[in-house]
Write a protein that binds this ligand. Sequence first.
Ligand code: G6P
Length: 622
Amino acid sequence: MCGIVGFVGQGNTKDILLAGLSRLEYRGYDSAGIALYSQPFTMVKAVGKLEELKKKVSASKDCQLPYSMGIGHTRWATHGKASEKNAHPHLSMHKEVVLVHNGIIENFAELKTFLQEQGYSFYSDTDTEVAVNLIEYYYRKDKDILKALFSVQKELKGSYAFAIMFQEDAKTLYAMRKDSPLIVGKGENAFYLASDVSAFLDYTNEIYPVENREILSLSEKEIHIYNKNGEEVKRSSTIAELSQRQIHKGEYLHFMEKEIFEQPKVVKDTLLYACNQENEEPAGNAENPKFSYEAFSMTEKDFQEISRVRVIACGSAYHAGWVLKSVCESLARVPVQVELASEFRYNHPILEKGELVISISQSGETADTLAALKEAKKLGAKTLSIVNVKGSAIARESDFVFYTQAGPEIAVATTKAYSCQLAAGYIFSLLLAKAKGKISKEETRSLTEELFLLPGKIQQCLSFDQEILPMAKELKDADNIFFLGRGLDWAISMEGALKLKEISYIHCESYSSGELKHGTISLIEKGSPVIGLLSQEELAGKSISNIHEVRSRGAKCFAIRMEDIAIEEEDFAHNLIVPKTHPLFAGSLLVLPLQFLSYQVSLLKGFDPDKPRNLAKSVTVE
Ligand code: G6P
């Protein structure tokens, strides 16, 4: 959601900015723009895809001149609709300052009133235009850029990462951040600035992370970083962990396809990560792997003290929470409550002593999850985050962190990060069961072994890539698709339905098999597609009866089941079988055909599965 880029130094500024914005497309946006340093600033903005901006830039004579500094932005509309006037960069009233912004200025209304009283007028509906004018206001007052930025920092409430240019200073790019990501790259006689390292990884992998409330000035050869007290901070650069290979599609058509195919590896990496953090006990080995509490930055005692668990998350991460609940309650016999992060704060939460609050998030940036986490902390809870992005806001805010090892996930619809979240949930549950003495050494060993067999079984499920095609063809023209499951199967069906609806725009809903007859069955008519998930031996009989209920009302049924679960094949239009695993871990296999189904249906309908309409990868607004 909103991406910013900046460049200063020797290089083709315009092309570097546009290439950076292309890399940030995955964050989700509906307009884009760039500003190049000239007197006055050269600005181009466009609504819609980046292609529109690129066309306008190519057509602009001014843009073809050489520039040595510029900023760019992809905007996901929040304050004000997607339009050129609301698109970034935003220019101050006296045209002395221009900036791009990722985040939300919460007190923009009162600041706007203040600025209006000072004679400022506004052309857009955005909170960002208020920020740029506030900077200009202080700058005109003090005639000192840094002083103005520090004054503004004290006034702004909310989150921001800004890249800023001043008319007065042709050689320096300024930046500041609070709670929104920002990273600096050092090139040869150049500095890059972006929301995400992938924006400039084609040019450099030497980076400077930027901490909260820091202000920066960057020129061709120098970087200066100031902390919130105005003191200059000395910081050495580091090498980005991310490689160029990870941000390119390679031989795949889409990032989503690439990321589905990466799942055997990243799930294995996540399992290994959970073993290799051993400090006191000897690390597990290939024959006898052993998960460690330290992978969660916790001790055995921390685990023993957990009396209840509350999961807060959004979207697919929320669905992963439901899987964690099933597995954890079954293995560790510790009650788990799963809540939508966006609801948590408003439900008058009651947290008990000993209750661990787990936030699950791929990006570690999701505003709803972050806000819920802060609320949980305020209520005195201990907090653990299961996060994919290192050093992200949610990770930093939590007492304990477990890092899933999915690597960068570019497609908006999550696949590999979700699979790693499932793995993290299994490991957490196993460790909790062990710490609580609920499972024997032998059971721990055999469940661990089973987990290490999962990557191989996920690999086998990659064959659904093609196997799913006939089913995808049958479903692509449906208006509504129903997903059914009980227990863990229900948890996975929620993810299957979300995946399909987000990238195929077909209305899909998941229902607990037993609940269907209490209302939704009235929607079933001749030909209604119903996908039944069947992986839980002891529940399969009941689920099959529920499928019969819809079948006898005309539904066209499809089964995705675990090997060994018996069904009457003729009752189903298609019957897909995943390899056998421990029922608690079956979701990790069932989800593969569901992911491929979504991907293929999206392709068959002519959509771009990587960039579904209206959606953003990191939702940084509440
Ligand atoms: C957005 C994405 C979803 C994701 C959710 C939570 O809505 O489109 O795919 O599941 O945010 O994101 P997080 O980064 O917190 O896992």
